[in-house]
Design a protein around this ligand. Structure first.
Ligand SMILES: [Cu+2]
Length: 154
């Protein structure tokens, strides 16, 4: 039986009865994936991320680059989206941080761009449907050089 104690204000425990808090077991959080290699590199640390359906993931883009052209983002495309066309449109979409407005429904999740010295984190659930989902960095030229990969849900 469930106790509905959530809504009742907890009475202050008498001073002498204050229990010593037991160490809490580590709470399983999202799996952290660092996707930007150190320094000035135009690539992701991996071209393949394997995940379980609905697995909670945290993509970390920690940009330790110093070159001004080291601007990155992470965009996980909907399987219906053609990556070539998307990348082309995105490269021209400077005004919207390299995410093309025409593709509002074209991505499952996407981050803002991070320049040198910046970090961005993105927490999301892997798709429920097994399959291969492409991701890329849409900063101009980076996709063409190979800054892309596949999230494989299985
Ligand atoms: Cu990039």
């Amino acid at each position: 039986m469930l106790a509905f104690a959530g809504c009742t204000p907890k009475a202050a425990a008498p001073q002498e009865a204050t229990p010593v808090a037991a160490p809490q077991p580590a709470v399983a959080g999202p799996r952290v994936i660092d996707l930007i290699p150190t320094g000035d590199q135009i690539k992701f640390t991996t071209k393949l991320i394997e995940a379980k359906p609905n697995e909670e993931l945290k993509i970390v883009l920690k940009n330790s680059g110093t070159n001004g052209a080291m601007v990155h983002n992470f965009i996980l495309l909907d399987p219906e989206t053609d990556i070539e066309s998307f990348a082309q449109a995105a490269a021209a979409a400077k005004a919207t941080d390299y995410f093309p407005p025409d593709y509002a429904d074209g991505a499952i999740v996407h981050s803002k761009t991070v320049g040198p010295g910046q970090t961005v984190e993105l927490v999301f659930k892997a798709p429920a449907t097994p399959g291969k989902y492409e991701y890329l960095c849409s900063y101009p030229g980076h996709y063409l050089i190979g800054m892309r990969g596949v999230l494989e849900v299985k």
